[in-house]
Ligand binder design. Structure first.
Ligand SMILES: C[S@@+](CC[C@H](N)C(=O)[O-])C[C@H]1O[C@@H](n2cnc3c(N)ncnc32)[C@H](O)[C@@H]1O
Length: 243
């Protein structure tokens, strides 16, 4: 299953590109504002957007004055990113994050990975590479589905179809197919796995957020209410320690 992941993402890419459903927009509105508030000033910084998809965030970084690079393993995603980059300085390349990155050591100020790490079979290589390319004191931010809750089903109680979740097998590292835009593979790891690999590679966690929707003007209904009780996403800001 593992060797196929990029092929699966490439197949899913067309539907991912066309998906402007309310749910996708709503989900992005939960974690992207947190990433944007955590990343701080990016002007004149070298910023790498890992698993950039069609490069929307990479382009925003370029607009904000960063030297922005987006890399993704899907040719379809990167072609779309390139086609629509207009005269922005953002750069894009097809790169598999499970291999060493074609980037010089200690050249990048900020690495960001939005909703990518849980799609990658081997994050040891990926995080080791992030640690290698970051300048000392450089920052690595990432968002992903919340490992504590993603793999468990909602349970119903009285009139509430999403009253609570039963969590089992949290500590086991597993992988399972998911079908959001066609089949891809979700790699579940407990949070301690992420923290241990970051620590092993000289990185420390500066901030951890479990974002919830901004209900301002949105009204609390059944589709938003459960996000307020159990976080669907997690966002971390880490830094490479000075050595
Ligand atoms: C959920 S999408 C997120 C895309 C983008 N960061 C965003 O927020 O819209 C996950 C992305 O990870 C990419 N991806 C998955 N496995 C990868 C790998 N091994 N190497 C590079 N990219 C990968 C996919 O092609 C896809 O674009």
């Amino acid at each position: 299953m593992e060797t196929n992941q990029l092929e699966l993402w490439n197949r899913a890419a067309e539907r991912y590109i066309q998906d402007d459903s309310q749910l996708t927009i709503f989900h992005r509105s939960i974690y992207m504002p947190v990433i944007e508030s955590m990343i701080g000033n990016t002007r004149d910084k070298y910023v790498l957007d890992l698993g950039c998809g069609i490069g929307e965030f990479t382009k925003k970084l370029a607009l904000d004055g960063a030297f922005a690079f987006g890399i993704d393993g899907s040719v379809t995603m990167i072609s779309k990113a390139y086609k629509e980059k207009q005269d922005l300085s953002a750069m894009f390349a097809v790169v598999d994050l499970t291999h060493p990155l074609p980037i010089k050591s200690r050249t990048i100020d900020i690495v960001v990975a939005n909703m990518v790490l849980m799609d990658i079979p081997d994050i040891e290589i990926c995080i080791r590479e992030i640690s290698r390319i970051l300048r000392h004191g450089g920052v690595f931010l990432f968002s992903m589905t919340h490992p504590a809750f993603f793999c468990s089903e909602w349970e119903c109680e009285e009139s509430d179809p999403r009253a609570y979740k039963k969590v089992s097998d949290y500590l086991n590292e597993t992988c399972e197919p998911v079908f959001f835009w066609g089949e891809t593979v979700h790699y579940h790891r407990p949070l301690s796995t992420y923290f241990n690999i970051l620590e092993k590679n000289g990185m420390c966690v500066l901030s951890l957020k479990e974002p919830v929707p901004d209900l301002n003007g949105m009204g609390e209904d059944s589709s938003t209410r459960y996000h307020m009780r159990i976080p669907s996403f997690i966002v971390l800001k880490t830094a490479l320690l000075e050595r």
